[in-house]
Design a protein around this ligand. Structure first.
Ligand SMILES: NC(=O)c1ccc[n+]([C@@H]2O[C@H](COP(=O)([O-])OP(=O)(O)OC[C@H]3O[C@@H](n4cnc5c(N)ncnc54)[C@H](O)[C@@H]3O)[C@@H](O)[C@H]2O)c1
Ligand SMILES: [Zn+2]
Ligand SMILES: [Zn+2]
Length: 382
């Protein structure tokens, strides 16, 4: 079948809407009619080249090329076709996608860390997870998909390891948001920073991920939630999600944290800016207390190696720096848990959507993100 999808052909180019030919689903594969796709900053990293798999690695996995690629890794939809061995979902089921597939059998899945599933190794380059073959083509050209998904597409052909069944009464826009931004942000605070009641937490960067780190900290009972964003327009939304203070300068935030904690400093600092640069580590380490935690969630350009850091204080003050992918949680348990929190009124999801776009308006949506207008822009399909 043919489907319309937003495809990236080259770095710093616009997304182009193409007719993509989808093959038949293999035994472990499904076709999903996409309902909603979220416009996360990680797809923007594909455009800027921050997230570009080097050609030698592409060749190592036996793939012809990194681009063209169908973008999008946040989304939800309805199953329309299943392969002969699919057992976890059936036609008509509502599903969330998961940008990390989970096999359920590898060392990481079986020890409760599906966000580190070994299947994640094949998510940026190559063919289908099951057999490495390409089943997405434009003419004769095989097409890659972001995170083995490609949610910026009217239909997705994916492995069942990449979808999670959700209750049919849930709005699919809420389901889509939870599949990346919400799980990543909330989990960065609750699972990785380990925010506890009474904590002081600093969140740097108030976009789709940071807004959720703020509400994750709020749900965990943090007393002070200090949001930092270079864009002062993010203050209102930061406060709506639970920030008690907002600063557009990290240095000002450090001074206030020093005062409010009587010199103890913050329990944790979560870095969720659009692009994580090495110079953000120094103020992050300075704003946390002895035994405090810095969580790095925002992506740095893949080739970046330099970090400014006071290593002496790191050791002498017993501090820690942790990376986090998918909020350091398991998609198959965390996505349903967060959706239950939404239904109970504890998690704000509707408020995350700043604006909706059609697939054809995708470049306008990403321009709005670059211009700092959106917490989350979402593409709504017919
Ligand atoms: N680790 C993961 O599993 C994971 C998952 C999803 C997204 N991400 C990454 O998280 C980051 C945030 O994504 P998003 O969709 O929320 O992006 P976004 O563009 O919606 O928001 C980023 C925010 O950071 C602010 N900002 C930029 N530079 C800043 C700085 N130096 N100091 C303070 N604020 C700054 C921007 O003004 C903006 O409000 C991206 O790098 C994305 O790729 C990581
Ligand atoms: Zn994302
Ligand atoms: Zn696994």
């Amino acid at each position: 079948m043919k489907t319309r999808a937003a495809v990236l052909w080259g770095q710093n180019e616009a997304w182009k809407i193409e007719d993509v030919e989808l093959g038949e689903p293999g035994p472990s594969e499904v076709i999903v009619k996409t309902a909603v796709a979220g416009m996360c900053h990680s797809d923007e990293h594909l455009v800027t080249g921050d997230l570009a798999v080097p050609q030698e690695v592409v060749e190592m996995v036996g793939a012809p090329h990194f681009l063209p690629m169908i973008g999008g890794h946040e989304g939800a939809g309805v199953i329309t076709q299943v392969g002969s061995n699919v057992t976890s979902v059936a036609v008509g089921d509502h599903v969330s996608v998961s940008f990390i597939p989970s096999c359920g059998r590898c060392h990481w899945c079986s020890t409760g860390r599906q966000n580190l599933c070994d299947m994640g190794a094949g998510t940026l380059a190559g063919g289908m997870l099951s057999d490495g073959q390409y089943r997405h083509h434009i003419g004769e050209t095989p097409v890659n998909r972001m995170a083995q998904l490609g949610t910026f597409s009217e239909h997705m052909l994916v492995d069942e390891a990449s979808v999670i069944k959700v209750e049919p009464d849930l709005p699919l826009d809420a389901v889509a948001l939870v599949s990346c931004g919400v799980a990543t942000g909330v989990g960065s605070a609750q699972n990785r920073a380990g925010v506890k009641a009474g904590d002081t937490v600093v969140v740097v960067g108030v976009g789709g991920i940071g807004a959720n780190a703020i509400q994750g900290a709020r749900m965990a009972g943090a007393a002070n939630i200090v949001a930092v964003d270079t864009n002062p327009d993010k203050k209102e939304k930061a406060e709506e999600f639970g920030a008690t203070h907002f600063f557009s300068s990290f240095d000002d935030a450090i001074l206030t944290v020093m005062e409010m904690t009587h010199g103890i400093m913050a329990d944790s600092c979560i870095l969720t800016p659009g692009v994580t640069t090495g110079d953000l580590l120094e103020p992050a380490i300075n704003v946390i207390s002895k035994d405090g935690t810095v969580v790095v969630t925002g992506l740095a350009p893949m080739a970046q190696r330099d970090v400014t850091l006071d290593l002496f204080s790191l050791a002498m003050y017993n501090k820690e720096i942790k990376g986090s992918i998918f909020g350091s949680s398991s998609p198959r348990s965390e996505i349903p848990r967060l959706l239950r929190e939404y239904q109970r009124g504890n998690l704000k999801l509707d408020e995350l959507i700043t604006k909706t776009y059609t697939l054809d308006e995708i470049n306008e949506g990403y321009q709005d993100m670059r211009d700092g207008k959106n917490i989350r822009g979402v593409i709504v399909f017919d």
